[in-house]
Design a protein around this ligand. Structure first.
Ligand code: SAM
Length: 383
């Protein structure tokens, strides 16, 4: 689906030159606790504008976007990270279902904000393990009809009935409050969706309120600190030699854009925050995607006449609310989840059965780029 809407992502990018081969999008979509570092005030209005910027982004993009993003990921050497996350997440979700059933819970109410291909992976995992679908009810929540349909089409194809086994909600995680009764969910699962939670305490609290005591939240995510400090972006955009080599034939106005970036983000020259080895490695990897893999893929699309360099509806925007695993844990705890395997025997059993030994569970040996982070809802903020 394409759209001609001039949204705030495009409006922000219009501050830079038409030959800049990167799209940043609206900075109000980054984690709100980083706003100050990016020259933004932590106002309610800015947070609400961030929600608006995400919404207009979902209206954009079609099949070309999938090809473009896959090519960028391949160029960055990521392999099939998306399916790796979906597979690992589905395994843990199946064990959560299994343990709750063994503990005598009745029908398991499962909600998935950001439903899509990840839902298909969950259903396949349950099928593989001959799980009784009459013991579960799936609530699929997704703002994009196209992605929601991927999930519902698959459920229907395996004979699950709308109303009896599942419902679909065209909406976001924050719309749960209006659509789901408090204290009724047993499992809340998301893949690569919570990085759109730029005010994460709020999003997690809404999910928590709809969750039964002892219910499980599982988040399979990309966890690089992409937008943790403008200096970490400045370095790659304007100093890095490889980026310069790759883009110099196209990006004639780079000097002007550098000045604009400095004006918009005056803290561009600060030292990097110290986020620890695993998070800094994740940052290098994601920058490899955004600063190298992405322009390579984009310039190839532009050459092939499939995309415009600037303002194309299939473009993707860098400013998002990715969180390092430590911050995901923090938001879960604030919203009333226990994340420690020592303190939650329920979570510990699910993890052990799934063959995982740590929460957060890192999918890569030396980087926090991909992680699964879970919590048991215990109803009050945790230390
Ligand atoms: C990277 S995709 C992953 C989709 C799916 N989980 C999968 O793995 O196939 C992220 C999805 O999150 C959805 N999304 C973004 N913000 C959301 C929100 N606040 N609540 C629910 N879904 C959201 C987007 O529309 C998009 O489909």
């Amino acid at each position: 689906m394409t759209s001609n809407i001039i949204d705030s992502n495009l409006a922000f990018d219009a501050k830079f030159s038409p030959d800049m081969p990167y799209a940043l999008g609206d900075p109000r979509k980054i984690r709100w606790d980083k706003y100050g570092l990016f020259g933004l005030q932590q106002t309610k209005e800015n947070v609400l504008s961030g929600y608006g910027a995400y919404s207009s982004e979902w209206e954009r993009g079609g099949p070309v976007q999938n090809d473009f993003v896959s090519a960028a990921a391949k160029n960055a050497g990521f392999g099939d990270s998306s399916n790796q996350l979906r597979e690992a997440g589905a395994n843990l979700v199946y064990h959560a279902f299994q343990v709750l059933i063994e503990q005598g819970w009745g029908t398991i109410n499962y909600a998935e904000p950001g439903a899509g291909l990840s839902t298909v992976f969950v259903i396949k995992e349950l099928q593989k393990n001959k799980f009784d679908f009459d013991r579960c009810f799936f609530i699929l929540i997704e703002p994009s009809d196209e992605r929601l349909k991927i999930a519902t089409d698959y459920l229907k194809s395996v004979d699950l009935k709308e109303g009896q086994h599942f419902v679909s909600i065209h909406g976001r995680n924050v719309d749960i409050a209006e659509n789901i009764l408090p204290g009724t969910l047993d499992i809340v699962y998301s893949v690569a969706t919570d990085h759109h939670s730029h005010y994460p305490y709020h999003e997690r609290k809404i999910e928590a309120n709809a969750t039964r005591g002892g219910g499980i939240k599982i988040n399979a995510e990309w966890c690089p600190p992409t937008c943790y400090h403008p200096s970490m972006l400045y370095e790659w955009l304007f100093i890095n030699d490889e980026v310069h080599e790759l883009t110099r034939d196209v990006w004639k106005s780079k000097g002007n854009d550098e000045k604009m970036f400095e004006r918009l983000f005056p803290q561009y020259s600060d030292a990097y925050p110290d986020l620890g080895q695993l998070n800094m490695q994740a940052w290098k990897e994601i920058m490899q995607f955004w600063m190298i893999g992405y322009p390579q893929a984009k310039l190839a699309m532009v050459d092939a006449g499939k995309m415009a360099l600037k303002g194309d509806p299939n473009d993707i925007f860098l400013f998002e609310a990715h969180s390092i695993p430590e911050d995901v844990v923090k938001s879960l705890k604030e919203a009333g989840y226990e994340t420690s395997l020592e303190k939650s025997p329920l979570l510990a059993e699910i993890y052990e059965n799934a063959g995982l030994i740590e929460n957060p569970h890192r999918l890569l040996a030396d980087s926090n780029r991909l992680a699964i982070i879970s919590g048991e809802y215990v109803g009050k903020p945790q230390q």
